[in-house]
Design a protein around this ligand. Structure first.
Ligand code: 13P
Length: 332
């Protein structure tokens, strides 16, 4: 238990965040296509080796979430040498929920205990499991949120049994034409259920991290888009209502926001004081897209791309403290 608390605290240490590098083979392929790179295991390894080996990254990044293939390629070692904690995404993705059109459930509980033991052997110290909640019409249904939340709690309990810190990620999707008020209501309800299930399954809150939709935003198709100040305020309002103070930290995903937009939104949240938990980032797209384009799949661009990653990590580190400025942004 003590180790769990120490790792969880280290993951959200002041000025640090988590890099999510767990795109599956299909998702990374879509990204590689944009830079004209073939989606092979070797190229995926080259790309992640470049990210993980960035010198100085540990100043801003506490941990990296790997994908099964990557950890099997031995890349946890690269992270450890660079002073970064290796983590692993362990859900096996989303499938349609029977009888609930438009809703998804996350799979991956079968054989999870054995897989976790294997990942511990490969160097992992924390894990991630993602569930999604869709807003639209009558959605989400309670049945869907409850099914996902229960699986999430079982995952979290199994992780802690194996000495791994679970990152619990209930992502409320931005897609849809809903208002910020609707997003806030659904996020609050979802988190309430997730914490209820975590309690039922005796998950130790001090030894876990919550990963939440970056902010309670308006849906992508909503004609009235809430401004960043409102997004920050609503996000924290919802978290205050439902996230117990025993949880050491909440990390946000970037969820399709532009890189700088994600930094600006985090900065506004970072400026809110007197919160019981640390708030920081756990971005994939907002950290990696600019890096991927700078790299372009070419060895001669490795240094340039690592500089971009380091810069984005530093900007988000500043933002998590509410200290991000345009001046700092332009320093690269
Ligand atoms: P994005 O930051 O690209 O949303 O991804 C983070 C993540 O881990 C989603 O599961």
């Amino acid at each position: 238990m003590n180790d769990l608390v120490i790792i969880a605290k280290k993951l959200v240490a002041e000025g640090k965040g988590v890099l999510a590098a767990d795109w599956g083979v299909g998702s990374i392929g879509t990204r590689f296509e944009k830079i004209g790179l073939e989606n092979t295991p070797e190229n995926r390894k080259r790309y992640r080796e470049m990210l993980f080996g960035t010198l100085g990254l540990s100043e801003y990044i506490s941990g990296v979430i790997e994908f099964d293939e990557t950890i099997r390629q031995g890349l946890a070692e690269v992270l450890k040498k660079n002073g970064i904690m290796p983590g692993i995404k362990v859900d096996k993705g989303l499938v349609d929920m029977a009888n609930f059109p438009g809703e998804k459930v996350s799979e991956g509980l079968n054989g999870l205990r054995e897989r976790l033991k294997e990942y511990v052997g490969m160097g992992a110290v924390f894990c991630k499991w993602r569930m999604v909640v869709t807003i639209g019409g009558e959605l989400p249904t309670r049945a869907c949120v409850e099914t996902n939340a229960r699986a999430m709690a079982q995952y979290a309990a199994l992780c802690q049994e194996q000495g791994l810190v679970p990152i619990v990620e209930p992502e409320v999707l931005k897609e849809g034409d809903h208002t910020i008020e609707k997003a806030a209501e659904v996020t609050e309800e979802t988190l309430r259920l997730v914490f209820e299930m975590l309690g039922d399954h005796k998950v130790k809150l001090e030894g876990m991290i919550l990963k939440s939709s970056m902010a309670v935003c308006s849906g992508t198709g909503c004609p009235v888009q809430a401004n960043p100040e409102m997004v920050a305020e609503k996000t924290v309002e919802v978290l205050r209502r439902v996230v117990p103070p025993a949880v050491p930290g909440v990390v946000f995903l970037s969820g399709g926001q532009e890189a700088i937009e994600a930094t600006i939104n985090l900065n506004l949240i970072g400026q809110i004081r007197s919160l019981p938990w640390r708030l920081t980032f756990s971005y994939e797209r907002a950290l990696e897209e600019p890096t991927l384009f700078a790299w372009g799949g070419k060895d001669e661009n490795v240094e340039k791309a690592q500089k971009v990653l380091l810069h984005r990590a530093k900007m988000n580190s500043l933002a998590s403290l509410g200290k991000y400025t345009e001046e700092a942004e332009n320093e690269i």
